[in-house]
Ligand binder design. Sequence first.
Ligand code: FE2
Length: 90
Amino acid sequence: MNGSFNEENLSPEEEKRMLIEDDLDLLREDLVGELQAINQYQEHIESLGSEEAAATLEHIIEEEKEHVAELVKLIQSLDPVQADKFREVS
Ligand SMILES: [Fe+2]
């Protein structure tokens, strides 16, 4: 069918780009999850009575921040526009 736009009409490059966009969707969701986890752990630290538990959550927050950095790096490697934006602001 002439003029229709579906995956069968995509060039290999367009198909590859679509797969990358699908991966980026998932990775951005994962990034949101990591940031929300940091906020939740922080909230819980402020409510916890146990100093040991609070210290453990502080440690976990540090790991989550590492996960944020890893995901941002991965997203930049797949999204050249995002990579440019990070360069512009750093
Ligand atoms: Fe994490």
